[in-house]
Design a binder for this molecule. Structure first.
Ligand SMILES: *Cc1c(COP(=O)(O)O)cnc(C)c1O
Length: 446
C-alpha cells in the first residue's frame, strides 16, 4: 500500500537517519535533493521509498536512466549471477565475455534489424563523455570548423559538451569562454511562423554571413532538459539535407531520448534521417549503471588506437545489465508498441489537465513517454512539482525558466500505476490553482 505523505513534516520523528550531514558536508551544488527533500532507502519498479517507509511514484526515473524501472528483476538476476561467477568487473577496454555478449546482442537486436551500419565506441561512462568523444571525432574528420549546436540544447557539463549546451547560468558557471560553437535556432525558436531551416541555410550559404560551415550539427530530436521542445519530422529531414549540402556531419544526442523513451529504440527511427554519429548513455546500462557509447557510421571510424581513452570504458556490470535489457525488451516490437500506447494515454491525461487550466495557460509537450506541461509562468510548473511531491509523486521541471513539468515514468510501469501517478498530478494541478489563483474561476472537468 502506498502512503500519501502529504501532511508529514520533511523530517519525521521516526526518521532513522540524520539529514544534517547533507547540509553540512555535501557541496551546495546538490540540486534534485532540494526539490525532493527525503532520504530514500529502497526502490523497486516505479516506486522510490524513503527511510520512513513512504513510497513515491517515480516520474523522474533518474532523469531518463531508469527506462526499465528500479531494480528490474530480469536485469538484476543476470548481474548477480555474473558476480557470483566472479565475472570481470573492471576491464579497461580488454576483451571480456560480457563485452562480447553486449556487442553481439546490440548488433542482433538493435543495429541489424534497423539496417544501421554503426561501429561502437565505448567512452567514459557518462553522457558528457560520449558527447566529448563525438565532438572530437567530428572535429578530427572536419578540422578547423566549428560545431553547430542549437538554442536550448543540453549536451552535458564537461567543457566541450557545455559549449554545445544553451543554458546561460550553466555556461557562466564554467568561468571560461566556451568556444568553437555556432549557435543556431532550433525548430520553432522564433515561433511557428518562422522556418528556422531557411535561416540556417541562408547563414551557411551566404559568404558574407560570417558563419562558417560547421564540422557537424549536434542536436536532440526532443530537447529534454531544454523544455520538451520537439523537432518536427520535416525539420529533422530538412536539417539532415542541409548537413549533406554543407558537408557537415549529423550528430544526434540520444542520451535521454534513446533506449525507447519516445517509442522506438532510437528517437530518429521514424523520422527518416540516418545520423552519422549517435550518442547513447543514460538507460543503456539497464538498471542505472553508468555506460556510454558513440555510434559512428563505419566509414567515419577515423580513430587511431589509443587516441581517445578512459579508465571506465569497461564497466562490465553495465554490459551485463545492458545485454539483459536488450534480451528482455528489444527482441520484438511489443515493448515499443506499449510505450507508444502509454505515451498516448499520458498525452490524453495531460491534455485534460491543460484544458482545465484557465484559458491557454498550459500546453502539452513531448513525444512517447517523455511528455509534460508547459506554463508561461514558471512558478506554476514548480508549484505543481512541489504539490505533486506532497501527494507522493516525484516529477521534475525543465526548460530555460523551469517552466515545463517533465514526466519520465519508467517505460515498464503498469497501466494502473501510471494512472495513479497521473491522478496525483491531476490533484496537484488542482492544489496549485486553488491556492495561487483563487480569483481565477477554475474550470472543473465536464
Ligand atoms: C543527461 C544528458 C547528457 C549528459 O549526460 P551526463 O551523464 O549527465 O554527463 C547529455 N545530453 C543529453 C541529451 C542528456 O539528457
Amino acid at each position: 500500500m502506498l502512503h500519501t505523505p502529504s501532511d508529514l513534516p520533511i523530517r519525521s520523528e521516526h526518521s532513522s537517519g540524520d539529514n544534517d550531514v547533507f547540509a553540512s558536508l555535501e557541496s551546495d551544488v546538490r540540486s534534485y535533493c532540494r526539490r525532493f527533500p527525503r532520504v530514500f532507502a529502497t526502490a523497486k519498479g516505479h516506486l522510490l521509498t524513503d527511510e520512513d517507509g513512504h513510497a513515491y511514484i517515480d516520474f523522474l526515473s533518474g532523469a531518463g536512466v531508469l527506462n526499465y524501472g528500479h531494480n528490474n528483476d530480469a536485469i538484476t538476476a543476470r548481474v548477480l549471477d555474473y558476480m557470483q561467477q566472479h565475472g570481470v568487473i573492471q576491464g579497461l577496454d580488454l576483451h571480456t565475455t560480457a563485452k562480447r555478449d553486449f556487442l553481439t546482442t546490440f548488433e542482433t537486436t538493435i543495429l541489424a534489424p534497423r539496417h544501421l551500419n554503426y561501429k561502437v565506441q565505448f567512452t567514459g561512462p557518462t553522457g558528457s563523455s560520449a558527447v566529448e568523444a563525438a565532438l572530437k571525432l567530428a572535429r578530427r574528420l572536419r578540422p578547423q570548423r566549428p560545431i553547430a549546436a542549437f538554442t536550448n540544447a543540453y549536451h552535458g557539463m564537461s567543457l566541450g559538451a557545455l559549449s554545445a549546451t544553451g543554458d546561460g547560468p550553466m555556461r557562466r558557471a564554467s568561468g571560461v569562454t566556451l568556444q568553437d560553437i555556432v549557435r543556431l535556432p532550433f525548430d520553432g525558436f522564433f515561433g511557428d511562423s518562422v522556418n528556422t531551416l531557411s535561416y540556417i541555410d541562408a547563414l551557411l550559404s551566404e559568404p558574407g554571413s560570417g558563419v562558417e560551415a560547421p564540422a557537424a550539427f549536434i542536436l536532440e530530436t526532443v530537447q529534454a532538459e531544454g523544455g520538451l521542445k520537439v523537432a518536427s519530422r520535416s525539420w529533422l529531414r530538412g536539417l539532415a539535407e542541409l548537413a549533406r549540402k554543407h558537408d557537415a556531419l549529423l550528430i544526434v544526442d540520444e542520451i535521454q531520448t534513446g533506449c525507447g523513451r519516445t517509442g522506438p529504440f532510437f528517437s530518429f527511427e521514424d523520422t527518416g534521417i540516418a545520423p552519422d554519429i549517435v550518442c547513447v548513455s543514460k538507460s543503456i546500462g539497464g538498471i542505472g549503471f553508468p555506460m556510454a557509447l558513440v555510434l559512428m557510421k563505419d566509414t567515419l571510424d577515423a580513430w587511431r588506437p589509443g587516441e581517445h581513452i578512459g579508465t571506465f570504458r569497461g564497466n562490465n556490470l553495465a554490459f551485463v545489465a545492458a545485454t539483459a535489457a536488450l534480451d528482455t525488451y528489444w527482441r520484438d516490437a511489443t515493448f515499443e508498441q506499449t510505450t507508444r500506447r502509454k505515451g498516448e494515454s499520458i498525452q490524453a491525461r495531460l491534455q485534460q489537465m491543460a484544458d482545465r487550466c484557465p484559458d491557454g495557460q498550459a500546453r502539452v509537450r513531448g513525444r512517447g513517454m517523455i511528455r509534460g506541461l508547459e506554463w508561461d509562468n514558471a512558478d506554476i510548473a514548480m508549484a505543481v512539482s512541489a504539490a505533486a511531491f506532497k501527494r507522493g509523486l516525484i516529477v521534475e521541471t525543465c526548460g530555460s525558466r523551469e517552466q515545463v513539468l517533465k514526466l519520465l515514468p519508467p517505460l515498464t510501469i503498469d497501466d494502473a500505476s501510471l494512472a495513479a501517478g497521473l491522478d496525483r498530478l491531476d490533484d496537484a494541478v488542482d492544489d496549485v490553482y486553488r491556492s495561487t489563483e483563487p480569483q481565477v474561476a477554475f474550470r472543473q472537468s465536464a
